[in-house]
Write a protein that binds this ligand. Structure first.
Ligand code: PEP
Ligand code: MN
Length: 460
């Protein structure tokens, strides 16, 4: 998001998708859509959105596509992370700063350990819509419509809060713009201390069985940074200038449609609410509305791939979303779970490799590892997250494919939502700082530890 690249890639205009318009999704089954009580209010909100300036530019989007193409070839590694669901009430300086910090610190660990540039993509500035497994939620015998993310309705368990309100789309757009604006300013300001691990919160490292290795990694980063600074005689400009991109699940199609703009310079339609939208697992049907919408935009796009997907389903989906086999266009985010990945992933890798499809393989190590504790918390075990990532590297190596990135739910805050990690959080710890409105996130320390584990596995 610099965040402008020095050389914008030349826009190649792939063939316009046949019969596609920003609203052609309306002729297909659209799952997970809220039912708005007043169609005229919805249309008015969409008109208002269409007239507002975009959040990102086609130039940035095309430079990300180029970087993703390089990640596909092993010349970069993708780090994609952020909240499961952003909330309007947490759109504040502290949360945004801490989330950006942990992502940048993780990316520094990865750059130094993997020896390739990292593509940084936040799950933020628009991650407001959530798919739900049930339309209704029942508490103490009372049933209300499920919470579908702040862009749709409110999380409070009252009939009023749960009514879908199209005005929330305007608020989501404004909150996204504020988030982007602040992130862009923070990055432009340099964030210099971030390069010096001695200022990071690393008190947990000593508690890990890998303490010595982690300590060494941290020292290496510090040495490299000091060396570069001495060479340059000042803070190196290249250390301070980073590209940062955004992504969200483009679930709420009326919102995404209103953010879809024709860009004359690049000759085509772009979703200008985010750089890298993805399709969630529940809305990835080949003949569904989401695939229809996504096939016509020029952004790089991704789709979640769960354990029930077969090669026979995956190949037509790839062809629908990337008919020209364009490099950097399509990410496949597999989310199998630590127990299932060894069985479910290899047939997909084999089929995609055999058929010569160009995709960027990304491991979401969160969503296949969700469980409930006896005391009623939705959680994930650090060990399962770690195991899924480690298995993913091995399975790709065995299949002759490449794991090009990871997708994580994390926050820069000191929450207690996932179990385990160096501090060995237990079920009793969950009640201390469990703050997510939807899925459990890695906290600051757990997120940094995952970056170090990736380096242990792949780097050194
Ligand atoms: C998510 O990324 O928050 C999510 C709902 O994922 P999935 O579609 O993979 O279940
Ligand atoms: Mn989630």
């Amino acid at each position: 998001m610099s965040i402008a690249p020095v050389h914008a890639p030349v826009a190649t205009a792939p063939q316009a998708a046949q019969g596609w318009t920003p609203s052609s999704w309306r002729d297909k089954p659209a799952l997970q859509m809220p039912v708005y009580p007043d169609a005229a209010e919805l249309a008015a909100a969409q008109d208002e959105l269409r007239a507002l300036p975009p959040l990102v530019t086609s130039r940035e989007i095309l430079s990300l596509k180029q970087q993703l193409a390089e990640a596909q070839e092993g010349r970069r590694f993708l780090l994609q992370g952020g909240d499961c669901a952003e909330s309007f009430s947490e759109c504040n300086a502290e949360v945004i700063t801490n989330r950006l910090k942990v992502l940048l610190q993780m990316s520094l660990v990865l750059v130094h350990g993997l020896k390739v540039p990292v593509v940084r993509v936040g799950r933020f500035a628009g991650q407001y819509a959530k798919p739900r497994s049930a339309d209704m939620e029942t508490r103490d015998g009372v049933a209300l419509p499920s919470y579908r993310g702040d862009i749709v309705n409110g999380p409070e368990f009252t009939a009023q809060a749960r009514i879908p309100d199209p005005r929330r789309m305007i608020k989501a757009h404004a909150r996204s713009a504020m988030t982007m604006n602040f992130v862009r300013s923070l990055i432009d300001g340099g964030f210099a201390d971030l390069h010096h691990p001695e200022y990071w919160g690393l008190g947990w490292v000593g508690q890990s069985p890998h303490a010595a290795e982690y300590q060494k990694m941290v020292e290496n980063i510090g040495d490299a940074v000091r060396f570069m600074e001495t060479l340059a005689g000042r803070q190196m400009q290249s250390l301070n200038r980073v590209d940062f991109y955004t992504s969200h699940e483009a679930l709420l199609l009326p919102y995404e449609e209103a953010q879809t703009r024709k860009v004359p310079r690049a000759d085509g339609w772009f979703n200008l609410s985010t750089h890298f939208p993805w399709i969630g697992m529940r809305t990835a049907a080949l003949d569904g509305a989401h695939v229809e919408y996504f096939r016509g935009i020029q952004n790089p796009v991704a789709v979640k791939v769960g354990p029930s997907v077969t090669p026979e389903q995956l190949l037509p989906l790839i062809d629908a979303l990337n008919p020209d086999n364009e490099p950097g266009r399509l990410g496949l985010i597999h989310r199998m779970g630590a127990q299932q990945i060894a069985e479910k992933l290899p047939p997909l890798l084999e089929a995609v490799r055999r058929e010569g499809r160009r995709v960027l393989w990304i491991c979401d190590a969160m969503h296949g590892n969700t469980e409930s504790t006896r005391n009623g918390y939705k959680t994930r075990r650090f060990e399962n997250i770690r195991s899924e990532i480690e298995q993913a590297f091995d399975l790709h190596a065995a299949a002759g494919t490449r794991l090009g990135g990871v997708h994580l739910e994390l926050t820069g805050e000191n929450v207690t939502e996932c179990l385990g990690g160096a501090r060995e959080l237990t079920e009793l710890d969950l009640q201390r700082a469990y703050r997510t409105t939807v899925d459990p996130r890695l906290n600051y320390e757990q997120a940094l530890e995952i970056a170090m584990l990736i380096v242990r596995k792949r780097g050194a």
